[in-house]
Design a protein around this ligand. Sequence first.
Ligand code: PEP
Length: 248
Amino acid sequence: MARRRIIAGNWKMNKTPSEAKALCAELKDLVKNDDVDVVYCVPAIDITTVVEAVAGTNVQVGAENFYIEDSGAFTGEISAPMLVDAGVKYVIMGHSERRDIFGENDILINAKVKKAFAAGLKPILCCGESLALRKAGTYKEWIERQITWDLDGVTADQVKELVIAYEPIWAIGTGETATADQAQEVCGFIRELIAKLYDQATAEAVRIQYGGSMNAGNAAELLSKPDIDGGLIGGASLKPDFGKIVNA
Ligand code: PEP
């Protein structure tokens, strides 16, 4: 079954609204490709600007975070209905920076996956191991545990719409990329896990990205692997290189 490629930028805490507008203009022609889903996941304050800037193009907008309640006394947070109303289609959750810096655990991430689906947002669910776990050889067990927790109570039909991003922490922002074979090994493992947790049709439908120092030079090889359906791109999503990754 052919899965549609999805290339998503994770801008992280970069770009003011005026810088965001300029970046959208710079990338506009470079990211054209009707065969690929192109997503810019941007800081909350940039969402309105970016939604306007990409209107009428092939780019969809994602958020980097949200909170699981619809409204109320949650100072500093934004909700899924707010994102939907603003024109957001995707939302990242489970990113290692949110797990490690902001203490988000799999119970919260699981609630976020369910809330995103209920609100009409597509989750980009991140998982991945530390260097210590990679060296210890226990990375698959770790990822199995993350995904099993994060998808608890999520239906097969929802998982068919899910994007899972495999992001080894040792490769994020370090310039060190997993080799295409290392990335394929884990992405293939994740697909087998989805088959075990759900069924073969669900495993064949779920889209799995690799993330971790993907760039214009290594994207084509990574994306040629059978279980790598796209990329989640940090640093290189802020540069014209992003267009080369979309068209790799
Ligand atoms: C990320 O943080 O999602 C990421 C993949 O970052 P980078 O591409 O900069 O390694």
